[in-house]
Design a binder for this molecule. Structure first.
Ligand code: SF4
Ligand code: SF4
Length: 380
C-alpha cells in the first residue's frame, strides 16, 4: 500500500462487532502486513494518552479499538507494548494513573500485553531534519521493531487539529516537550518540528480513531463530535489530510499539513487514494478560533508597544475560578514559566508564548482561551 493511500472504514460506535469489522477490513487492505512482522518482534502501539481521562471523555484513543488491533497482532507472536509520554511529568506513578483511567490497565491485563514504564530517553541526531537536527526520544519507541501510531481525531488550540502527525509529539519524554515549545513558539516552526519528528519516527502503520472525536476547545476541553470512521495509512501525513477533510478544515489551515505540503511530503486530498468506504465530511464542525499569526510573539515594536499588543490584542488563557482546584499543573507545565499560582493561577502575558499547554493539560477544563475583540479585528 503506497504512502498516498488511506483506508477508510465506517464505524458508528465503540461496539465490539463494529470495531472488529472495521479493524479486519483495515488489516485486510494493508496488504503484505505479514512482511512487517516476524515472531519475537516488538510492536509498540502509541495511542494518544494526553491526560488521565476515561474513554467516554474522548480525549484519548479508545481502548476497545486498541483491543481489536491487539487481537489482529496476536497471530504474529510478537511482543506488544502500549506506551506514550503524556503531557506533564513522565514517571511510573503518573503513567499508572493514566493507564488506569484510560482503560489501558485493564486491557493490558486482559490481553496479556505490556504497558510501558520505561521513562529513559536518548538523544539521536537527525541530519535530514528540515529544522531540527536531533531529537530526544523515549527509549521504548527506539526499541520498537514496528510502531503503530494510534491517534484520536480532535481539534487543538495551538495546532488547530491533532491527528496522526501531532500524536507523535508523545514520543518526546515528559517535560522535554516544554523545551520544544520554548525553542519554537511560532505555529509554523513548531509544525515543521513535528514534521521532522514524524519523518524521524516514521511509524509503519497509522490508525486514526475518528469514531467519536472532539471539536471546539480541543485537545482536552472541547465537545464530543461523532464522525463515525476509523482510518489507516502507512503515511501519517496522508492520514491527516483525510482527517482534515473529515473534519471539514482546509488542509492548509493546519500547520503540520501545510509544512508537509511545502516540503513535498503530502498533497491535497485529490492526490490521496482513498480505499474502502466513502469519506463524507462532517458538517458545521467547530474549530479553534486561533490563527497562526496569533501565536507570533511581537518583537518588532518598541517594548512599550509590544507590551500593549501582548496584553490587549493577543489571545490569552483565562482561568475559570469556579472549576479550578488550584492543583498547580498549569504552572508546573508552562514552558515559559509564565504562570504564578497565587490564590488562583495568574499569567504574565508578556512572558506567555501562546502555546496553550495550560489549557491542554488542565484536567478540570478550567482554562479557556479568549481572543480580545480588538485582537479579532487587528489579526483578522
Ligand atoms: S487551572 Fe487547571 S491546571 Fe491550573 S491550577 Fe486550576 S485546575 Fe489546576
Ligand atoms: S501561560 Fe499557558 S499559553 Fe502561556 S506560555 Fe504558559 S502554558 Fe503556554
Amino acid at each position: 500500500m503506497g504512502k498516498n493511500a488511506v483506508i477508510v472504514s465506517k464505524c458508528s460506535a465503540y461496539e465490539d462487532q463494529k470495531l472488529k469489522s472495521s479493524v479486519s477490513d483495515i488489516f485486510n487492505r494493508l496488504n503484505n502486513f505479514d512482511d512487517y512482522l516476524k515472531p519475537g518482534d516488538t510492536v509498540v502501539i502509541k495511542p494518544n494518552l494526553l491526560l488521565g481521562k476515561s474513554p467516554d471523555q474522548v480525549v484519548t484513543t479508545h481502548p476497545d479499538l486498541i483491543q481489536q488491533v491487539i487481537d489482529k497482532l496476536k497471530k504474529y507472536e510478537c511482543k506488544i507494548v502500549i506506551g506514550d509520554s503524556p503531557g506533564g511529568p513522565f514517571n511510573e506513578s503518573r503513567l499508572k494513573r493514566i493507564y488506569k483511567k484510560t482503560g489501558l490497565l485493564k486491557l493490558a491485563e486482559n490481553k496479556k500485553v505490556s504497558l510501558n514504564y520505561n521513562t529513559k530517553s536518548t538523544k539521536i541526531s537527525f541530519e535530514e531534519g528540515f529544522l531540527v537536527k536531533s531529537f530526544e526520544i523515549s527509549d521504548f519507541i527506539l526499541n520498537a521493531d514496528l510502531i503503530i501510531n494510534m491517534s484520536k481525531l480532535k481539534t487543538h488550540s495551538f495546532m488547530k487539529y491533532t491527528g496522526s502527525v501531532k500524536n507523535l509529539f508523545g514520543t518526546i519524554p515528559g517535560m522535554k516537550k516544554a523545551e520544544y515549545h520554548l525553542r519554537m513558539p511560532e505555529a509554523d516552526n513548531f509544525a515543521l518540528m513535528l514534521v521532522d519528528l514524524a519523518r524521524f519516527i516514521a511509524p509503519q502503520i497509522n490508525i486514526m480513531d475518528a469514531v467519536i472525536g472532539m471539536e471546539g476547545a480541543g485537545p482536552s476541553a472541547g465537545e464530543k463530535r461523532k464522525f463515525g470512521y476509523i482510518m489507516a495509512s502507512t503515511s501519517c501525513f496522508s492520514l491527516d489530510v483525510a482527517g482534515a477533510y473529515l473534519f471539514n478544515i482546509e488542509p492548509d489551515a493546519i500547520p503540520t499539513i501545510n509544512q508537509g505540503k511545502k516540503n513535498g511530503l503530502v498533497g491535497n486530498l485529490d492526490e490521496i487514494n482513498l480505499y474502502g468506504d466513502k469519506l463524507v465530511p462532517a458538517e458545521n464542525t467547530i474549530t479553534p478560533d486561533i490563527n497562526e499569526s496569533d501565536t507570533r510573539n511581537v518583537n518588532n515594536l518598541p517594548s512599550f508597544l509590544a507590551n500593549i499588543v501582548n496584553k490587549l490584542l493577543k489571545p490569552r488563557p483565562i482561568f475559570n475560578t469556579e472549576q479550578c482546584v488550584k492543583c498547580g499543573d498549569c504552572a508546573a507545565n508552562c514552558p515559559a514559566e509564565a504562570i504564578e499560582l497565587n490564590d488562583y493561577p495568574e499569567v504574565d502575558l508578556n512572558a506567555c508564548i501562546r502555546c496553550f499547554c495550560c489549557q491542554e493539560l488542565c484536567s478540570y477544563e478550567a482554562v479557556d482561551i479568549k481572543k480580545p475583540i480588538l485582537g479579532k479585528l487587528f489579526f483578522k
